[in-house]
Design a protein around this ligand. Structure first.
Ligand code: ATP
Length: 201
């Protein structure tokens, strides 16, 4: 079973690590933390891809089940999730389980070549603040148990575990205003941000 938690990680924060760790516990497997190097579906990241990759590696260094993945970094051009699914050999019978927050899931139908996802992946979705809409993209079915996710592609399981109310956008704002949100970042990431002077403007 291959499980992916993707993100721009600008910067990676403990909300991401918590969500990925919950997914690792639920599914009892390790998680590929895939850096969206050049995201196509959102504003360009603030930190460089090299800085975001260093922070992601530092954040995962002591967490055995979270494996940083540079699969999208090594490709040229925009980071399309469908190309990641293809490179991971995702198929109907051996789908990749893609873990994301409800905010990202709400926009998933706009992702490049989304029609192909139904034959290659299932989704594990966590609510982020308030209730998630649980709206299903075309072709996907709601799963009542998370073990359905790995049996075949095209399923969505909505996890009810509590997530942390942290966003990278708010963190960047805090840092630019001189606040030190050190408890919201892994210590090694906060150290990196300070040393490199990231997010000051
Ligand atoms: P930004 O505020 O810049 O959009 P972000 O904090 O949402 O950043 P991303 O890298 O865009 O982080 O998100 C990667 C994935 O992590 C998405 O699926 C998103 O929903 C999820 N995610 C982000 N923060 C949390 C959180 N606190 N709890 C659970 N999931 C989260």
């Amino acid at each position: 079973m291959t499980v992916v938690f993707g993100g721009t990680f600008d910067p990676v924060h403990i909300g991401h690590l918590h969500a990925a760790s919950v997914a690792a516990d639920i599914l009892d497997t390790s998680i590929l933390m895939v850096l969206s190097a050049r995201p196509a579906h959102r504003k360009a990241p603030v930190a460089s891809v090299e800085d975001r990759w260093c922070m992601l590696r530092a954040a995962c260094a002591n967490i055995e089940r979270l494996i940083p993945s540079d699969v999208e970094l090594r490709r040229k051009g925009p980071s399309y999730a469908i190309e990641t699914l293809v490179s991971l050999n995702a198929s109907h019978d051996e789908p990749v389980i893609w873990v994301l927050g409800a905010d990202a899931f709400d926009l998933v139908h706009t992702w490049y070549r989304f029609d192909e996802f139904v034959n290659r992946c299932s989704f594990l979705v966590f609510a982020r603040g308030g209730n998630a809409s649980e709206r299903l993209p075309r072709g996907f079915k709601k799963a009542d148990e998370y073990d359905v996710l790995e049996r075949s592609s095209g399923s969505v399981y909505f996890g009810n575990q509590a997530m942390m109310a942290i966003s990278a956008t708010a963190l960047r704002l805090d840092i630019s205003q001189g606040c030190a949100p050190d408890e919201l970042l892994p210590p090694s990431v906060w150290e990196y941000v300070r040393q490199r002077g990231l997010y000051l403007t």
